[in-house]
Ligand binder design. Structure first.
Ligand code: CMC
Length: 428
Protein backbone atom coordinates (compact mmCIF):
# COMPACT_ATOMS: atom_id res chain seq x y z
CA UNK A 1 0.00 0.00 0.00
CA UNK A 2 1.33 3.48 -0.83
CA UNK A 3 0.66 6.82 0.87
CA UNK A 4 -1.33 7.90 -2.19
CA UNK A 5 -5.09 8.12 -1.90
CA UNK A 6 -7.75 8.21 -4.61
CA UNK A 7 -10.58 10.71 -4.18
CA UNK A 8 -14.03 9.94 -5.50
CA UNK A 9 -16.90 12.38 -5.56
CA UNK A 10 -20.44 11.19 -6.08
CA UNK A 11 -22.86 14.12 -6.11
CA UNK A 12 -21.95 16.18 -3.02
CA UNK A 13 -20.21 13.33 -1.15
CA UNK A 14 -16.47 12.66 -1.27
CA UNK A 15 -14.74 9.40 -0.49
CA UNK A 16 -11.14 8.36 -0.19
CA UNK A 17 -9.69 5.03 -1.25
CA UNK A 18 -6.24 3.51 -0.71
CA UNK A 19 -3.89 3.15 -3.67
CA UNK A 20 -1.88 -0.06 -3.95
CA UNK A 21 1.47 -0.35 -5.71
CA UNK A 22 2.95 -3.49 -7.17
CA UNK A 23 6.65 -4.09 -7.81
CA UNK A 24 6.10 -2.50 -11.24
CA UNK A 25 3.12 -1.57 -13.40
CA UNK A 26 0.18 0.77 -12.90
CA UNK A 27 -1.10 1.72 -9.45
CA UNK A 28 -4.28 0.01 -8.35
CA UNK A 29 -7.12 1.75 -6.53
CA UNK A 30 -8.41 -0.49 -3.75
CA UNK A 31 -12.18 -0.24 -4.07
CA UNK A 32 -13.08 -3.26 -1.95
CA UNK A 33 -14.99 -1.01 0.48
CA UNK A 34 -16.61 1.08 -2.27
CA UNK A 35 -20.04 -0.52 -2.06
CA UNK A 36 -20.07 -0.53 1.74
CA UNK A 37 -19.13 3.15 1.87
CA UNK A 38 -21.02 4.55 -1.12
CA UNK A 39 -23.71 2.01 -2.06
CA UNK A 40 -22.38 2.11 -5.66
CA UNK A 41 -20.70 -0.52 -7.82
CA UNK A 42 -18.07 -0.01 -10.51
CA UNK A 43 -18.90 -0.97 -14.11
CA UNK A 44 -16.14 -2.65 -16.16
CA UNK A 45 -17.60 -5.61 -18.10
CA UNK A 46 -14.43 -6.58 -20.02
CA UNK A 47 -12.19 -5.82 -17.00
CA UNK A 48 -10.37 -3.22 -19.09
CA UNK A 49 -9.50 -1.22 -15.95
CA UNK A 50 -9.80 -3.89 -13.30
CA UNK A 51 -7.05 -5.82 -11.50
CA UNK A 52 -8.91 -8.97 -10.49
CA UNK A 53 -6.20 -10.30 -8.17
CA UNK A 54 -2.72 -9.87 -6.79
CA UNK A 55 -0.13 -12.07 -8.50
CA UNK A 56 3.65 -12.49 -8.57
CA UNK A 57 3.82 -14.81 -11.58
CA UNK A 58 3.74 -12.92 -14.85
CA UNK A 59 4.06 -9.26 -15.79
CA UNK A 60 3.09 -7.62 -19.08
CA UNK A 61 3.84 -4.07 -20.17
CA UNK A 62 1.58 -3.89 -23.19
CA UNK A 63 2.79 -0.46 -24.36
CA UNK A 64 6.42 -1.54 -24.41
CA UNK A 65 5.78 -5.12 -25.61
CA UNK A 66 7.33 -6.70 -22.50
CA UNK A 67 6.44 -10.10 -21.03
CA UNK A 68 8.20 -11.35 -17.89
CA UNK A 69 7.78 -14.66 -16.09
CA UNK A 70 8.87 -14.23 -12.46
CA UNK A 71 10.93 -11.30 -13.78
CA UNK A 72 12.64 -13.10 -16.67
CA UNK A 73 11.97 -11.75 -20.20
CA UNK A 74 10.16 -14.19 -22.47
CA UNK A 75 12.79 -13.74 -25.22
CA UNK A 76 15.56 -14.95 -22.88
CA UNK A 77 13.52 -17.89 -21.67
CA UNK A 78 12.60 -18.90 -25.23
CA UNK A 79 16.23 -18.67 -26.28
CA UNK A 80 18.00 -20.33 -23.36
CA UNK A 81 15.52 -22.27 -21.26
CA UNK A 82 13.31 -25.35 -21.66
CA UNK A 83 9.59 -25.78 -21.10
CA UNK A 84 10.26 -27.94 -18.03
CA UNK A 85 12.53 -25.27 -16.57
CA UNK A 86 9.96 -22.53 -17.24
CA UNK A 87 7.28 -24.74 -15.68
CA UNK A 88 9.41 -25.10 -12.54
CA UNK A 89 9.98 -21.35 -12.52
CA UNK A 90 6.28 -20.58 -12.79
CA UNK A 91 5.31 -23.08 -10.11
CA UNK A 92 8.12 -22.32 -7.63
CA UNK A 93 9.13 -18.72 -8.25
CA UNK A 94 12.84 -19.30 -8.99
CA UNK A 95 14.85 -21.02 -11.70
CA UNK A 96 15.83 -24.53 -10.55
CA UNK A 97 19.31 -25.79 -9.76
CA UNK A 98 20.45 -28.76 -11.88
CA UNK A 99 19.32 -31.19 -9.14
CA UNK A 100 15.98 -29.47 -8.68
CA UNK A 101 15.33 -29.58 -12.42
CA UNK A 102 16.27 -33.28 -12.64
CA UNK A 103 13.94 -34.11 -9.75
CA UNK A 104 11.13 -32.05 -11.26
CA UNK A 105 11.49 -33.66 -14.68
CA UNK A 106 11.59 -37.08 -13.07
CA UNK A 107 8.40 -36.35 -11.13
CA UNK A 108 6.56 -35.09 -14.20
CA UNK A 109 7.79 -38.04 -16.26
CA UNK A 110 6.35 -40.47 -13.72
CA UNK A 111 2.86 -39.05 -14.15
CA UNK A 112 2.62 -39.21 -17.95
CA UNK A 113 0.41 -42.29 -18.18
CA UNK A 114 -3.37 -42.05 -18.04
CA UNK A 115 -5.64 -44.36 -16.06
CA UNK A 116 -6.37 -47.10 -18.58
CA UNK A 117 -10.10 -46.71 -18.10
CA UNK A 118 -9.83 -43.21 -19.57
CA UNK A 119 -9.13 -44.65 -23.02
CA UNK A 120 -12.73 -45.96 -22.95
CA UNK A 121 -13.83 -42.40 -22.52
CA UNK A 122 -12.31 -41.44 -25.87
CA UNK A 123 -14.23 -44.15 -27.64
CA UNK A 124 -17.46 -42.42 -26.65
CA UNK A 125 -16.63 -39.43 -28.86
CA UNK A 126 -17.34 -39.20 -32.57
CA UNK A 127 -14.18 -39.56 -34.62
CA UNK A 128 -14.72 -36.10 -36.09
CA UNK A 129 -15.03 -34.43 -32.68
CA UNK A 130 -12.91 -31.30 -32.32
CA UNK A 131 -9.86 -32.08 -30.13
CA UNK A 132 -10.82 -29.20 -27.82
CA UNK A 133 -14.21 -30.85 -27.20
CA UNK A 134 -12.36 -34.04 -26.30
CA UNK A 135 -9.87 -32.15 -24.11
CA UNK A 136 -12.65 -30.40 -22.14
CA UNK A 137 -14.36 -33.73 -21.53
CA UNK A 138 -11.30 -35.83 -20.69
CA UNK A 139 -9.62 -33.25 -18.45
CA UNK A 140 -12.88 -32.70 -16.56
CA UNK A 141 -13.15 -36.48 -16.20
CA UNK A 142 -9.73 -36.69 -14.50
CA UNK A 143 -11.44 -35.67 -11.27
CA UNK A 144 -13.40 -38.92 -11.46
CA UNK A 145 -10.14 -40.91 -11.69
CA UNK A 146 -7.70 -39.21 -9.31
CA UNK A 147 -9.70 -38.83 -6.10
CA UNK A 148 -6.53 -38.72 -4.04
CA UNK A 149 -5.61 -35.29 -5.40
CA UNK A 150 -8.86 -33.36 -5.26
CA UNK A 151 -8.74 -32.10 -1.65
CA UNK A 152 -7.68 -28.53 -2.30
CA UNK A 153 -7.07 -27.78 1.38
CA UNK A 154 -4.11 -30.20 1.37
CA UNK A 155 -0.98 -28.59 -0.18
CA UNK A 156 0.47 -32.01 -1.02
CA UNK A 157 -2.67 -33.01 -2.95
CA UNK A 158 -2.60 -29.69 -4.75
CA UNK A 159 1.00 -30.35 -5.73
CA UNK A 160 0.26 -33.85 -6.99
CA UNK A 161 -2.76 -32.63 -8.97
CA UNK A 162 -0.57 -29.91 -10.52
CA UNK A 163 2.08 -32.42 -11.54
CA UNK A 164 -0.54 -34.80 -12.89
CA UNK A 165 -2.15 -32.12 -15.02
CA UNK A 166 1.15 -30.92 -16.51
CA UNK A 167 2.32 -34.50 -17.13
CA UNK A 168 -0.89 -35.92 -18.53
CA UNK A 169 -1.86 -33.08 -20.83
CA UNK A 170 0.51 -34.20 -23.66
CA UNK A 171 -0.86 -37.73 -23.38
CA UNK A 172 -4.45 -36.45 -23.46
CA UNK A 173 -3.80 -34.16 -26.45
CA UNK A 174 -1.91 -36.82 -28.40
CA UNK A 175 -4.69 -39.35 -27.75
CA UNK A 176 -7.29 -36.85 -28.98
CA UNK A 177 -5.32 -36.58 -32.21
CA UNK A 178 -4.79 -40.33 -32.61
CA UNK A 179 -8.47 -40.97 -32.03
CA UNK A 180 -9.45 -38.40 -34.67
CA UNK A 181 -7.35 -40.11 -37.34
CA UNK A 182 -8.23 -43.66 -36.36
CA UNK A 183 -4.74 -44.69 -35.26
CA UNK A 184 -3.95 -46.63 -32.08
CA UNK A 185 -3.03 -44.66 -28.97
CA UNK A 186 0.72 -44.54 -28.35
CA UNK A 187 1.78 -44.90 -24.71
CA UNK A 188 4.25 -42.40 -23.22
CA UNK A 189 7.97 -43.14 -23.54
CA UNK A 190 9.62 -41.88 -20.37
CA UNK A 191 13.09 -42.08 -21.86
CA UNK A 192 12.26 -38.98 -23.91
CA UNK A 193 11.98 -35.33 -22.96
CA UNK A 194 8.55 -33.86 -22.15
CA UNK A 195 8.29 -32.45 -25.66
CA UNK A 196 9.97 -35.38 -27.45
CA UNK A 197 7.54 -37.74 -25.76
CA UNK A 198 4.61 -35.64 -26.90
CA UNK A 199 5.83 -35.69 -30.50
CA UNK A 200 6.29 -39.45 -30.37
CA UNK A 201 2.82 -40.06 -28.90
CA UNK A 202 1.37 -37.82 -31.64
CA UNK A 203 3.26 -38.88 -34.74
CA UNK A 204 4.59 -42.41 -34.22
CA UNK A 205 2.74 -45.63 -35.01
CA UNK A 206 3.40 -48.97 -33.29
CA UNK A 207 4.38 -50.55 -36.63
CA UNK A 208 7.39 -48.31 -37.28
CA UNK A 209 10.39 -46.93 -35.40
CA UNK A 210 10.15 -43.20 -34.68
CA UNK A 211 12.92 -40.72 -34.20
CA UNK A 212 12.28 -37.29 -32.70
CA UNK A 213 13.89 -34.63 -34.91
CA UNK A 214 15.94 -32.32 -32.65
CA UNK A 215 15.00 -29.16 -34.61
CA UNK A 216 11.30 -29.99 -34.33
CA UNK A 217 11.64 -30.89 -30.65
CA UNK A 218 13.36 -27.57 -29.99
CA UNK A 219 10.77 -25.56 -31.91
CA UNK A 220 7.88 -27.34 -30.21
CA UNK A 221 9.44 -26.83 -26.78
CA UNK A 222 9.86 -23.13 -27.57
CA UNK A 223 6.22 -22.88 -28.63
CA UNK A 224 5.26 -24.43 -25.30
CA UNK A 225 7.42 -21.83 -23.47
CA UNK A 226 5.77 -18.99 -25.41
CA UNK A 227 2.32 -20.17 -24.35
CA UNK A 228 3.12 -21.14 -20.75
CA UNK A 229 1.45 -18.21 -18.97
CA UNK A 230 0.05 -14.81 -19.78
CA UNK A 231 -1.16 -13.05 -16.65
CA UNK A 232 -4.94 -12.70 -16.11
CA UNK A 233 -6.17 -13.57 -19.64
CA UNK A 234 -9.71 -14.90 -20.17
CA UNK A 235 -8.96 -18.60 -19.63
CA UNK A 236 -6.72 -17.99 -16.61
CA UNK A 237 -9.38 -15.76 -15.08
CA UNK A 238 -11.88 -18.55 -15.78
CA UNK A 239 -9.66 -21.05 -13.94
CA UNK A 240 -9.34 -18.65 -11.01
CA UNK A 241 -13.08 -17.95 -10.90
CA UNK A 242 -13.93 -21.66 -11.07
CA UNK A 243 -11.28 -22.38 -8.43
CA UNK A 244 -12.51 -19.61 -6.14
CA UNK A 245 -15.59 -21.69 -5.31
CA UNK A 246 -13.37 -24.53 -4.09
CA UNK A 247 -13.87 -26.68 -7.21
CA UNK A 248 -11.23 -29.36 -7.74
CA UNK A 249 -8.24 -28.54 -9.98
CA UNK A 250 -9.22 -30.90 -12.82
CA UNK A 251 -12.64 -29.25 -13.08
CA UNK A 252 -11.02 -25.80 -13.00
CA UNK A 253 -8.56 -26.60 -15.80
CA UNK A 254 -11.40 -28.08 -17.88
CA UNK A 255 -13.18 -24.72 -17.46
CA UNK A 256 -10.01 -22.95 -18.65
CA UNK A 257 -9.84 -25.18 -21.71
CA UNK A 258 -13.46 -24.36 -22.57
CA UNK A 259 -12.71 -20.63 -22.40
CA UNK A 260 -9.48 -20.93 -24.36
CA UNK A 261 -11.35 -22.56 -27.25
CA UNK A 262 -12.95 -19.29 -28.43
CA UNK A 263 -11.60 -17.57 -31.58
CA UNK A 264 -10.88 -14.33 -29.70
CA UNK A 265 -8.51 -16.27 -27.42
CA UNK A 266 -6.73 -19.61 -28.04
CA UNK A 267 -8.86 -20.46 -31.05
CA UNK A 268 -7.23 -17.59 -32.96
CA UNK A 269 -4.25 -19.70 -34.07
CA UNK A 270 -6.54 -22.11 -35.92
CA UNK A 271 -8.61 -19.23 -37.30
CA UNK A 272 -5.43 -17.41 -38.35
CA UNK A 273 -4.01 -20.27 -40.40
CA UNK A 274 -7.41 -20.84 -41.99
CA UNK A 275 -7.44 -17.14 -42.88
CA UNK A 276 -3.92 -17.22 -44.34
CA UNK A 277 -4.85 -20.25 -46.45
CA UNK A 278 -8.02 -18.50 -47.62
CA UNK A 279 -6.01 -15.43 -48.62
CA UNK A 280 -3.67 -17.79 -50.44
CA UNK A 281 -1.50 -15.33 -52.38
CA UNK A 282 0.02 -11.91 -51.55
CA UNK A 283 -2.06 -10.17 -54.29
CA UNK A 284 -5.26 -10.95 -52.41
CA UNK A 285 -4.06 -9.36 -49.14
CA UNK A 286 -5.33 -5.77 -49.76
CA UNK A 287 -8.86 -7.08 -50.19
CA UNK A 288 -8.70 -8.76 -46.75
CA UNK A 289 -7.18 -5.67 -45.15
CA UNK A 290 -10.08 -3.62 -46.51
CA UNK A 291 -12.51 -6.16 -45.13
CA UNK A 292 -10.84 -6.04 -41.69
CA UNK A 293 -11.28 -2.24 -41.68
CA UNK A 294 -14.90 -2.31 -42.78
CA UNK A 295 -17.17 -1.81 -39.75
CA UNK A 296 -20.03 -3.55 -41.60
CA UNK A 297 -17.97 -6.67 -42.14
CA UNK A 298 -17.45 -8.93 -39.10
CA UNK A 299 -14.12 -10.12 -40.54
CA UNK A 300 -11.03 -9.34 -38.42
CA UNK A 301 -7.40 -10.05 -39.14
CA UNK A 302 -6.84 -13.10 -36.98
CA UNK A 303 -3.53 -13.14 -35.11
CA UNK A 304 -3.65 -9.34 -34.98
CA UNK A 305 -4.46 -7.09 -32.03
CA UNK A 306 -4.40 -7.72 -28.33
CA UNK A 307 -6.22 -6.44 -25.28
CA UNK A 308 -2.97 -5.68 -23.48
CA UNK A 309 -0.24 -5.34 -26.13
CA UNK A 310 -0.35 -2.02 -27.95
CA UNK A 311 3.03 -2.86 -29.44
CA UNK A 312 4.59 -5.92 -31.10
CA UNK A 313 3.77 -9.02 -29.00
CA UNK A 314 7.24 -10.23 -27.89
CA UNK A 315 6.08 -13.81 -28.42
CA UNK A 316 5.36 -13.06 -32.10
CA UNK A 317 8.97 -11.93 -32.55
CA UNK A 318 10.24 -15.32 -31.37
CA UNK A 319 7.59 -17.14 -33.41
CA UNK A 320 8.60 -15.38 -36.61
CA UNK A 321 12.22 -16.46 -36.09
CA UNK A 322 11.13 -20.01 -35.28
CA UNK A 323 9.11 -20.31 -38.52
CA UNK A 324 12.31 -19.76 -40.52
CA UNK A 325 14.24 -22.30 -38.44
CA UNK A 326 11.57 -24.99 -38.75
CA UNK A 327 11.00 -24.44 -42.47
CA UNK A 328 14.74 -24.72 -43.04
CA UNK A 329 15.14 -27.85 -40.87
CA UNK A 330 12.17 -29.59 -42.52
CA UNK A 331 12.89 -28.22 -45.97
CA UNK A 332 9.38 -26.80 -46.14
CA UNK A 333 8.42 -24.07 -48.55
CA UNK A 334 4.88 -23.18 -47.58
CA UNK A 335 3.58 -20.02 -49.38
CA UNK A 336 1.62 -19.30 -46.23
CA UNK A 337 4.73 -17.79 -44.62
CA UNK A 338 5.17 -15.32 -47.48
CA UNK A 339 1.51 -14.37 -47.19
CA UNK A 340 1.93 -13.86 -43.42
CA UNK A 341 5.05 -11.72 -43.80
CA UNK A 342 3.47 -9.54 -46.48
CA UNK A 343 0.21 -9.24 -44.58
CA UNK A 344 2.11 -8.08 -41.50
CA UNK A 345 4.04 -5.56 -43.58
CA UNK A 346 0.95 -4.11 -45.29
CA UNK A 347 -1.12 -4.01 -42.11
CA UNK A 348 1.63 -2.26 -40.14
CA UNK A 349 1.85 0.41 -42.88
CA UNK A 350 -1.90 0.99 -42.80
CA UNK A 351 -3.28 3.95 -40.80
CA UNK A 352 -6.18 1.91 -39.40
CA UNK A 353 -3.82 -0.60 -37.76
CA UNK A 354 -1.34 2.11 -36.75
CA UNK A 355 -4.00 4.25 -35.06
CA UNK A 356 -5.55 1.34 -33.21
CA UNK A 357 -2.10 -0.03 -32.32
CA UNK A 358 -2.85 -3.46 -33.78
CA UNK A 359 0.24 -5.67 -34.10
CA UNK A 360 0.78 -9.38 -34.76
CA UNK A 361 0.19 -11.48 -31.65
CA UNK A 362 1.45 -14.93 -30.62
CA UNK A 363 -1.04 -16.65 -32.91
CA UNK A 364 0.00 -14.95 -36.11
CA UNK A 365 3.00 -17.17 -36.92
CA UNK A 366 2.42 -20.20 -34.70
CA UNK A 367 0.06 -21.86 -37.20
CA UNK A 368 2.68 -21.86 -39.96
CA UNK A 369 5.12 -23.70 -37.66
CA UNK A 370 2.60 -26.19 -36.34
CA UNK A 371 1.35 -26.92 -39.83
CA UNK A 372 4.92 -27.52 -41.05
CA UNK A 373 5.48 -29.94 -38.16
CA UNK A 374 2.41 -31.85 -39.30
CA UNK A 375 -0.42 -30.82 -36.99
CA UNK A 376 -3.87 -30.30 -38.48
CA UNK A 377 -5.36 -26.88 -37.67
CA UNK A 378 -7.88 -28.42 -35.28
CA UNK A 379 -5.00 -29.44 -32.99
CA UNK A 380 -3.55 -25.94 -32.68
CA UNK A 381 -5.69 -24.79 -29.78
CA UNK A 382 -5.22 -28.14 -28.05
CA UNK A 383 -1.45 -27.48 -28.11
CA UNK A 384 -2.05 -24.05 -26.63
CA UNK A 385 -4.08 -25.69 -23.86
CA UNK A 386 -1.32 -28.22 -23.24
CA UNK A 387 1.27 -25.48 -22.76
CA UNK A 388 -0.99 -23.08 -20.84
CA UNK A 389 -1.84 -25.77 -18.28
CA UNK A 390 1.25 -24.93 -16.24
CA UNK A 391 0.22 -21.26 -16.12
CA UNK A 392 -3.33 -22.16 -15.13
CA UNK A 393 -2.11 -24.51 -12.45
CA UNK A 394 0.45 -22.02 -11.08
CA UNK A 395 -2.19 -19.25 -10.96
CA UNK A 396 -4.72 -21.58 -9.33
CA UNK A 397 -2.16 -22.62 -6.69
CA UNK A 398 -1.24 -19.01 -6.02
CA UNK A 399 -4.90 -18.18 -5.47
CA UNK A 400 -5.70 -21.17 -3.23
CA UNK A 401 -2.56 -20.59 -1.14
CA UNK A 402 -3.63 -16.99 -0.43
CA UNK A 403 -5.23 -16.90 3.05
CA UNK A 404 -7.35 -13.91 1.99
CA UNK A 405 -8.87 -15.75 -0.97
CA UNK A 406 -12.66 -15.41 -1.33
CA UNK A 407 -15.16 -16.65 -3.92
CA UNK A 408 -15.23 -14.48 -7.06
CA UNK A 409 -18.67 -12.95 -7.31
CA UNK A 410 -19.12 -9.87 -9.53
CA UNK A 411 -22.20 -7.68 -9.33
CA UNK A 412 -24.11 -6.08 -12.22
CA UNK A 413 -25.87 -3.05 -13.58
CA UNK A 414 -29.46 -4.32 -13.65
CA UNK A 415 -31.54 -3.05 -16.59
CA UNK A 416 -34.50 -5.47 -16.49
CA UNK A 417 -38.05 -4.84 -15.25
CA UNK A 418 -38.49 -3.73 -11.66
CA UNK A 419 -40.75 -5.75 -9.37
CA UNK A 420 -44.20 -6.55 -10.83
CA UNK A 421 -46.97 -9.00 -9.98
CA UNK A 422 -47.44 -12.35 -11.65
CA UNK A 423 -50.27 -12.37 -14.21
CA UNK A 424 -52.20 -15.66 -14.72
CA UNK A 425 -51.81 -17.07 -18.25
CA UNK A 426 -55.47 -16.46 -19.26
CA UNK A 427 -55.13 -12.76 -18.42
CA UNK A 428 -51.95 -12.05 -20.49
N1 CMC B 1 -8.68 -6.78 -37.12
C1 CMC B 1 -9.33 -5.62 -37.38
N2 CMC B 1 -9.70 -4.75 -36.43
C2 CMC B 1 -9.39 -5.02 -35.17
C3 CMC B 1 -8.73 -6.21 -34.82
C4 CMC B 1 -8.35 -7.10 -35.85
N3 CMC B 1 -7.73 -8.23 -35.58
N4 CMC B 1 -8.55 -6.25 -33.48
C5 CMC B 1 -9.11 -5.13 -32.99
N5 CMC B 1 -9.63 -4.37 -34.01
C6 CMC B 1 -10.27 -3.07 -33.88
C7 CMC B 1 -11.68 -3.23 -33.37
O1 CMC B 1 -12.62 -3.32 -34.43
C8 CMC B 1 -11.85 -1.97 -32.56
O2 CMC B 1 -12.14 -0.91 -33.44
P1 CMC B 1 -13.10 0.30 -32.96
O3 CMC B 1 -12.40 0.94 -31.80
O4 CMC B 1 -13.18 1.18 -34.15
O5 CMC B 1 -14.40 -0.32 -32.57
C9 CMC B 1 -10.46 -1.70 -31.98
O6 CMC B 1 -9.55 -2.34 -32.88
C10 CMC B 1 -10.26 -2.27 -30.59
O7 CMC B 1 -10.64 -3.64 -30.62
P2 CMC B 1 -11.40 -4.37 -29.44
O8 CMC B 1 -12.08 -5.58 -29.95
O9 CMC B 1 -12.23 -3.38 -28.68
O10 CMC B 1 -10.16 -4.72 -28.53
P3 CMC B 1 -10.13 -5.87 -27.47
O11 CMC B 1 -9.03 -5.53 -26.56
O12 CMC B 1 -11.48 -6.04 -26.84
O13 CMC B 1 -9.83 -7.19 -28.32
C11 CMC B 1 -8.76 -8.99 -29.41
C12 CMC B 1 -8.60 -7.81 -28.41
C13 CMC B 1 -7.51 -9.86 -29.31
C14 CMC B 1 -9.98 -9.85 -29.01
C15 CMC B 1 -8.94 -8.41 -30.83
O14 CMC B 1 -7.79 -7.66 -31.19
C16 CMC B 1 -9.19 -9.50 -31.86
O15 CMC B 1 -10.33 -9.93 -32.02
N6 CMC B 1 -8.11 -10.00 -32.56
C17 CMC B 1 -8.24 -11.11 -33.48
C18 CMC B 1 -8.28 -12.41 -32.69
C19 CMC B 1 -6.92 -12.81 -32.16
O16 CMC B 1 -5.90 -12.76 -32.86
N7 CMC B 1 -6.89 -13.25 -30.87
C20 CMC B 1 -5.67 -13.74 -30.23
C21 CMC B 1 -5.23 -12.87 -29.10
S1 CMC B 1 -3.57 -13.32 -28.52
C22 CMC B 1 -3.69 -14.92 -27.92
C23 CMC B 1 -4.72 -15.12 -26.85
O17 CMC B 1 -4.94 -14.26 -26.02
O18 CMC B 1 -5.29 -16.21 -26.84
Amino acid sequence: MSDKKAQLTIGSDSYEFPVMQGSTGPDVIDIRKLYGQTGAFTFDPGYKSTASCESSLTYIDGDEGVLLHRGYPIGQLAEHSSFMEVSYLLLNGELPSKDELDTFEDTITRHTMLHEQLSQFYRGFRRDAHPMAVMCGVVGALSAFYHDSTDISDPMQRRIASHRLIAKMPTIAAMAYKYSIGQPFVYPDNSLSYTGNFLKMTFSVPAEPYEVLPAVEKAMDRIFILHADHEQNASTSTVRLAGSSGANPFACIAAGIACLWGPAHGGANEACLNMLREIGTPERIPHYIERAKDKNDPFRLMGFGHRVYKNYDPRATVMQKTVREVFEALNVNDPIFEVALRLEELALEDDYFKEKKLFPNVDFYSGAILSAIGFPTTMFTALFALARTVGWVAQWNEMISDPGQVIGRPRQLYTGPTQRDYVPIDQR
